[in-house]
Design a protein around this ligand. Structure first.
Ligand code: FES
Length: 163
């Protein structure tokens, strides 16, 4: 028996239906991927990963001939999560304190010409014992211990530890 096909009816309805499903699926999944690519970075930004800071009992702060000590007479090093300022107070003498200002937590520096630890934020000043001597800082800086480890060849290594 012969069947006649008209121009309006699809030649294979099953094939058209599955093609439509495929296109719908592709559009839906593309839209889903677009939404995810927008939402995921926003969520990652809002919830930063919690990385535990390594705790430290002592850290190396370079050598006694580091260019920072020669040029500025100080260096900021990381002690775990805390910044520590190491100051060259004499030829082979070094001091270390917490580098976080006790006023509003700015990072302090050292003014070689005035021989003082200085906070640029509000003009706070500390002497070389860490005592707050001028400006708004309410408390002294926390001191750290400094050890010089002599090396068989080359300059001594500076090691900072908690008091
Ligand atoms: S934060 Fe240092 S003086 Fe204010």
């Amino acid at each position: 028996m012969n069947t006649l096909s008209t121009g309006n009816t699809p030649s294979n309805p099953v094939s058209t239906l599955s093609r439509r499903k495929l296109v719908n699926w592709f559009v839906a999944s593309s839209f889903g991927a677009l939404i995810l690519s927008i939402i995921y970075p926003v969520l990652r930004y809002l919830t930063p990963p919690r990385i535990a800071e390594p705790s430290a009992n002592e850290v190396e702060a370079g050598t006694t001939t580091d260019i920072d000590f020669r040029d500025k007479a100080f260096k900021i090093v990381r002690f775990g999560a805390d910044p520590v300022i190491v100051v060259r107070s004499g030829e082979e003498q070094f001091l270390a304190f917490s580098a976080t200002c006790t006023h509003l937590d700015c990072i302090v520096g050292f003014q070689k010409e005035h021989n003082r630890i200085w906070c640029n934020c509000h003009g706070g000043a500390y002497d070389l014992t860490g005592r707050n001597v001028a400006g708004p800082p309410p408390k002294p800086l926390t001191p750290y211990k400094v050890h010089l480890i002599e090396q068989p060849s080359g300059p001594a290594t500076i090691v900072v530890s908690k008091v």
